[in-house]
Design a protein. Sequence first.
Length: 97
Amino acid sequence: MTSPTTPDGASGDAAASLTTLEALAAWLAAAFESGDTAVLVDALVVASRAEGTAHMAAAAGLPQAELRAAFANGELSLDATLAIMKVIDLHLPGEAH
């Protein structure tokens, strides 16, 4: 599977199009739902450069600099992962919605 595309399907640096919480949430949800580690890591790296990450950090109650660094490294703590999943309304398999 390829990495998530920009909302309009264009190629290039998707970070420029991820300016809102909603856009970033959709981007990350698609990456999580892919089930592909490489896709998720690529999406996190793109998210580290996105303007929407400031909104994600605020909504998740995480320091922006730490979230950007975790995205850039492709390594999130379990607490950060769960906080982001709540913000993007991503449910674990088998969990009631």
